[in-house]
Design a protein around this ligand. Structure first.
Ligand code: NAP
Length: 358
């Protein structure tokens, strides 16, 4: 059987963990890396021989454009799988090109699957038109290594009816709200203090507004809604509650935002108190009502004893309500971020490609 060749774009946190996990594959199925790239460096040979990742930094290979990479890979004597470990939109936009050249694509990058619907359609029709030569998987684009996308696909493909998907899709939001309004015990810490501490500990993006605007969650919901069959145009086509106060939208820097965030504490406190009066807790929840085709992201008051209400730490939690599972949803919970678990999701996609291109 021809051995799969790998082209890896992006060797940051996830890319490095992915390369390291490759070593755990049995040597007789382990793909060879024939192309490796970061923003300013590429490493490849002219005869598709394996490359040594440790030589990327000192490589003098001529930088190829994305179409040139596709052309180069499409002449490989063995099947090729592109692993996109970047968050780059240009690379994502080129997935239909790679797939149309019979190059499989696997990625944790949300961009391709959550931007315009045409790109989504182009990607999956290119994969379909390859007649089993090229596949596209993106397990880690929602919930990192948690089996969220594969489980949803399995539910649908085995004929179950998914009626609702609901959960906490951001490790950062999970941590902030589990700390701000714990289901057991109590916290008197102000919202701005908790955000500040999370930022200092590296639990938020460098600019916490990139978490608090809700767009990361909206992108994940867009992906799941599309898999569930909804024609969602994009993450801005349904209600998304931003936790950036209107008056702070224009703050010129992350520091200025953090300085002024305490002005917003009373508003957050009022959400918390309102929930407490009903014996509930406030959480940042994403939900997809498949039957009514409604998607939304924002603050919800949830029962303390519910799966979402009782979350701890920074876990993600995704509930699939389906006809087969009845009143008790299929629940998937665990770390939704981290290099190793994200790389594991990419590896699980790779195993599928290895099996299917044999
Ligand atoms: N980390 C997580 O917990 C997690 C969880 C779920 C999903 N993801 C997704 O996984 C992906 C990778 O995340 P990460 O944390 O590993 O990011 P990262 O550490 O910032 O690494 C990104 C890598 O991509 C490279 N890159 C960016 N643009 C490129 C381009 N145009 N051509 C070639 N290389 C390019 C960067 O190269 P330079 O260093 O040279 O710029 C870097 O090696 C992202 O899409 C992210 O959303 C991550």
């Amino acid at each position: 059987m021809p051995r799969l060749n790998l082209a890896i774009i992006g060797v940051g946190g996830v890319g490095t963990a992915f390369i390291s996990q490759l070593q755990s594959l049995p040597s007789d199925v382990r793909p060879s890396i024939i192309f490796l790239s970061r923003s300013s460096k590429q490493l490849y040979g002219t005869n598709y021989s394996p490359v040594d990742p440790s030589e990327l930094q000192s490589s003098s290979s001529k930088l190829l454009s994305i179409p040139d990479i596709a052309a180069h890979l499409s002449s490989s004597p063995n099947p090729v799988c592109l692993v996109d470990n970047t968050s780059n939109q240009d690379v994502a936009d080129a997935y239909p090109l790679f797939l149309s050249r019979n190059i499989s694509v696997i990625t944790p990058n949300k961009k391709a699957f959550s931007s315009n619907l045409k790109l989504w359609d182009d990607i999956f029709s290119a994969a379909q038109n390859s007649n089993g030569k090229a596949f596209c998987y993106h397990e880690s684009s929602v919930g990192a290594g948690l089996p969220v996308i594969s489980s949803l696909n399995d539910l649908i493909k085995t004929g179950d009816t998914v009626t609702r998907i609901e959960g906490v899709f951001s490790g950062t939001m999970s941590f902030l709200f589990n700390t701000f309004a714990p289901a057991s015990g109590s916290s008197t810490d102000k919202w701005s203090k908790i955000v500040g501490e999370a930022k200092a500990a590296g639990y938020t993006e460098p600019d916490p507004r990139d978490d608090l605007n809700g767009m990361d969650v909206a992108r994940k919901l867009t992906i799941l809604a599309r898999i569930a069959g909804l024609k969602v145009q994009g993450p801005d086509s349904f209600p998304v509650q931003s936790l950036i106060p209107e008056s702070l939208q224009s703050a010129s820097s992350s520091d200025e935002f953090m300085q002024k965030l305490p002005d917003f504490d009373s508003e957050m406190e009022s959400y918390k108190e309102k929930a407490e009066k009903e014996g509930k807790v406030v959480r940042y929840v994403g939900s997809i009502d498949v039957q009514s085709q409604k998607v939304k992201v924002g603050l919800e008051m949830v029962e303390k004893g519910s799966a979402i209400g009782g979350l701890n730490g920074s876990d993600n939690l995704i509930c699939f309500y389906t006809k087969r599972y009845g009143a008790n949803p299929l629940v998937i919970q665990g770390a939704g971020a981290g290099n190793d678990v994200t790389a594991m999701g990419v590896m699980s996609d790779l195993l599928k490609v290895i099996e299917r291109t044999r």
